[in-house]
Design a protein around this ligand. Sequence first.
Ligand SMILES: [Zn+2]
Length: 308
Amino acid sequence: MSDVAIGVDLGGTNVKTAVVTSEGEVLGKDARPTDAKQGLDPVLDTMQQGVEAALNQAGVALSDVVAAGFGAPGPMNWQTGVVFSPPNLPGWKNVPLAELMRGRLGVPCFVDNDANVACYGEFWLGAGQDVNSMVLLTLGTGVGGGIVVMGKLLRGPDGTAAEIGHMCVRRNGRQCNCGAKGCLEAYASVTGMVRTALRGIEGGHKTVLTEMCEDDLSRLTGKMISDAVEKGDGFAAWVMQETGVWLGTGIGSLINLLNPERIVLAGGMIAAGDVLFKPVRETARHNPSTYPANAPRLWRRVSARTRV
Ligand SMILES: [Zn+2]
């Protein structure tokens, strides 16, 4: 029988667990709300319960598990398994996650950046399984990144490589949560898209968005922008287009820098579909500065594999 391991995706909203074989076969799964507001210990309890439920479903005993891997929001030290202070996990500060979960589960535990493990997972068994080099961007509240070069995850000596969201796309641009200005994340994430919309509305653009958030612009969400596009709102379509151009600008630089065989887009924002991806494709591929003759295929990772 092949070795069995546990994989846990610790997100700010949900904890997703899978029991997998060394060939990548999923034997059992579980998903439950993180309830991150409760603080550290209840989240650790939730992860433990998720592991137990997934093992139960798989019919596998904890004693037969070789290791457990956790994908967690950064920043962190993957070598020591310490998670520093992720913005969407309140109360977490320098948490020795690998050590704490080892104490609870009794099996070797490893922690890595969620975008890195998503990238490696897609490289191993998903959208990148037929290539040697790929880039994955997770588009949500922020922009996460993972890079595989020549079959290996690019980590850098401190493990902080592939912070694609914090690549500067505009000198003295928008303030980013990381402290720097002009990061890709400040334009091309859901939060960045909302900021683009707010600037336009404050500048006097007329849009159904003001009505949709009942004149309280602090309630504006990415979903509202996407819904407004479907309602035929020209301003919302412009916001989406603008966001796509920023994303395509970043991706064009990644193509020049890494010459990847594939770029995979994942995360909640990809639900927006072609209205977002058309400008991404056009900017990334047809920008005069995009150097490689054979631009990589772009993949949009929804539930099934979809080529953009
Ligand atoms: Zn930044």
